[in-house]
Structures are given as C-alpha cells and as structure tokens.
Design a protein. Sequence first.
Length: 139
Amino acid sequence: MTASSQHHALDYVELVVTDLDAAKRFFTTAFGWSFQDYGPGYASILSPRGDGSEVGGLLLADAPRPVGGPLVLLYSDDLDATREAIQDAGGRILQEPYAFPGGRRLHFADPSGNELGVWSSQEALQITARGRMSARLRG
C-alpha cells in the first residue's frame, strides 16, 4: 500500500465511518489529511510524504465498529494545538492530555465514534514550551 512496504510491518490502517464526507472533512480540518476517493463507499488516506502512496482508508458502513480492538495513535509536535484542532473540527476529547514516560497523549472520538489517540514526545514538549516562552518574550 505504501511505496516502502516492509514484510510483516504495520502498513495500512482502515477506519470504519458512518458518514464518509463528514469523516473526510474532520480529518482534513483537524490533521490536514488528503484522500483519494474510490467510489461512494471508500476513500484512501494519502501519505503525508506527498508521493501518492496510501497509509490507510475510510470505509463507509451502516454502523460504527464495536468498541474495542487496537488503538490507533497519531503523533503531534504540539499536543495542545492538536487538541484544539480536534475540537474545532467537531471531534470529542475522550481523555484529556496526560503524562506517560515518553511524553503526553490524549484520546478522542471522530464524528463516527472511532476512538484514536494522539501523543507527543518529551522532546516536542520542550521545543513547544521554548517556542511559547520566546513568543511571550517578543510579544
């Protein structure tokens, strides 16, 4: 599915959605994702590398998937800004940002009710904090 697919590696994540257009709007607005439509019931998620490869998809269904199963985690350089973007795009924060040994993370639900997580590393937190401090000093 991706240009650099590797044997036995995670390669593609598919989310079941109940409104394909609403899901595409949400993920485009919150995360800047791009899609390739394959008919009225499926859209692939294009890689952020811009090489045309696909990293996942949105599958239209009548009902959301049952709760449970693997948790998909996205990465963010700025978890607080991502939290705001999720809410602005119509997502629901299920678990506010919390610390864990590698950094911080949160959980959210997309418009179809899929639970996903977003995490940010300790290094990104330090860079973000330094950037905000510099902006305050300049401003």
